[in-house]
Write a new protein. Structure first.
Length: 96
């Protein structure tokens, strides 16, 4: 479900694989912190769309049903949300 996100952001989304390499673990934790910071600064609507799609793995139609929006509106909102996340993530990394 994370294929539409950039590799850095997709890698920071927690999965069920526990790595035993301390350096990889630390890099992943840092990336997760940066993504978390960026998500925290996003608009509620954008954050909700991304979390429903990426974390909960809902389809655009399912998200639309939950939020009372059309599938097209969800797709458009996800496009904007991904760009917003990328912009905020890059700013988070530049500040570090």
């Amino acid at each position: 479900a994370t294929t539409n996100l950039s590799p850095e952001i997709a890698a920071a989304i927690p999965d069920h694989d526990a790595t035993t390499d301390p350096e990889r673990w630390l890099l992943r934790r840092e990336a997760q912190s940066e993504v978390s910071g960026a998500l925290g600064r996003m608009s509620n609507r954008s954050r909700t769309l991304l979390l429903l799609r990426e974390r909960d793995e809902l389809s655009c139609a399912e998200i639309g049903e939950r939020l009372g929006a059309s599938r097209a509106a969800v797709k458009s909102g996800l496009f904007r949300a991904r760009h917003e996340l990328r912009r905020l993530y890059d700013a988070e990394r530049d500040a570090a």
